[in-house]
Design a binder for this molecule. Structure first.
Ligand SMILES: [Fe+2]
Length: 385
């Protein structure tokens, strides 16, 4: 069940995009580093490919990637031009030799293409004047097929029948391994970039607002304990803690005059302060490895009874990490001194948690939090949904 939408974005507020400034120079630097590493690994693959071509004594060796219904030529070593094969070009997969090898309609070694029943009448055979062919699928460690390594010659070559295809397969496997390593490195670079960007954002936020940094740390610890208390598995618990780390990152987009104001906020200032989950979700949305957390960041101030913001989500419609972080965030805020009010006693904060269970807080989360905070007796009825 969803409550009605409560718009909180006043039309005069332009949501800033603060991550751009920090993100761009980091991206440039890491992109440069990454392209150097990539060039090194590309050289290795090209060398291997040329070794295969020479071993087989053929005119051209090609690494192709299967992309949807196409076979795209990624690397071409030797005389690709005389076959009309150019790096970056693609062919519709269904009629290629490689697709036929994949389907088992063509053998991996074709010594005389012009006299092979399967392919002698194909346009490709005539147009590219193909005499012989060797094709080995490039298989990744998880069994998925990246594409093909294939070699072509214009002349028929009966000696190919004597070639030890096991050696060719071994070299092709080295190419697959290298491609896989490169893909992995690419995603690691991306991850590294994002970790650096997030750290920079959090450090910038802490520099502006000393409370948020220390507060986030405490909320992360508490949220992890509550997740454990609720029996969440390791993966889900990490997700909860990631949301806790990032839950206030959107405050980077809140003006200093509001974020650092000493004293209570005016109603219009609260409106702007309440944009921070939306800004935070927008920031996280741009980080590939953290994108999945975006809905939970957006919902970190949603209340169990539907009276929260920005969307007025209710009960189980609110992602669990958001419900956990909300309760831990509220508890820690209550026992901390803020510019606009003094900390309250721990016993009073616990009372507030009990009181808010089933209205502000998810009752199951409140129960787990109270249990983490000292095995409180919850008195049953207060936690009823
Ligand atoms: Fe927040």
């Amino acid at each position: 069940m969803k409550a009605s939408f409560h718009p909180t974005t006043a039309p005069f507020i332009r949501l800033p995009e603060p991550e751009e400034n920090l993100y761009s120079p980091l991206r440039d630097w890491l992109d440069r580093e990454q392209s150097e590493a990539k060039a090194g690994s590309l050289r290795d693959v090209r060398r291997l490919l040329d070794q295969i071509r020479r071993y087989l004594g053929m005119d051209v060796a090609i690494v192709s990637e299967f992309v949807q219904n196409e076979q795209v030529f990624r690397l071409v070593e030797g005389d690709g031009a005389s076959f009309g094969v150019h790096r970056g070009d693609g062919l519709e997969l269904s009629e290629t030799y490689c697709q036929r090898v994949m389907d088992g309609r063509l053998s991996e070694v074709v010594v005389d293409a012009k006299n092979d029943e399967q392919i002698r009448n194909l346009d490709a055979t005539r147009a590219a004047d193909i005499g012989s062919y060797v094709g080995i699928p490039l298989v990744m460690s998880d069994g998925t097929v990246y594409g093909m390594m294939c070699c072509l010659s214009h002349r028929a070559d009966p000696s190919l029948a004597e070639v030890d295809i096991g050696v060719v397969k071994l070299l092709a496997q080295l190419i697959s391994d290298q491609i896989e390593r490169q893909q992995l490195e690419s995603s690691n670079w991306q991850l590294r970039l994002e970790v650096v960007a997030v750290r920079a954002l959090l450090a910038a936020l802490e520099a502006r607002d000393g409370y948020t940094g220390k507060h986030s740390e405490a909320v992360v610890k508490l949220s992890g304990s509550v997740a454990r208390e609720m029996g969440l598995d390791d993966r889900s618990r990490i997700g909860v803690q990631q949301v806790a780390i990032l839950h206030d990152v959107g405050k980077i987009g809140v003006a200093d005059a509001i974020l650092r104001k000493r004293g209570p906020l005016e109603p219009h200032e609260w409106v702007m302060m309440r944009e921070h989950p939306v800004i935070g979700a927008r920031i996280v949305e741009r980080l590939h490895s953290l994108r999945h957390l975006s809905p939970a960041i957006r919902a970190e101030h949603e209340r169990w009874d539907g009276n929260g913001y920005p969307d007025g989500l209710q009960e189980e419609d609110i992602p669990l990490p958001s419900r956990i972080v909300l309760a831990c965030d509220a508890y820690h805020a209550m026992v901390s001194n803020r510019p606009y009010r003094a900390a309250i006693r721990e016993s009073a904060a616990l009372q507030e948690l009990r009181f808010g269970a089933g209205s502000q807080f998810c009752p199951h989360v409140a129960e787990a939090l109270l249990s983490v905070l000292g095995g409180q007796d919850l008195g049953g009825s207060e936690l009823g949904t």
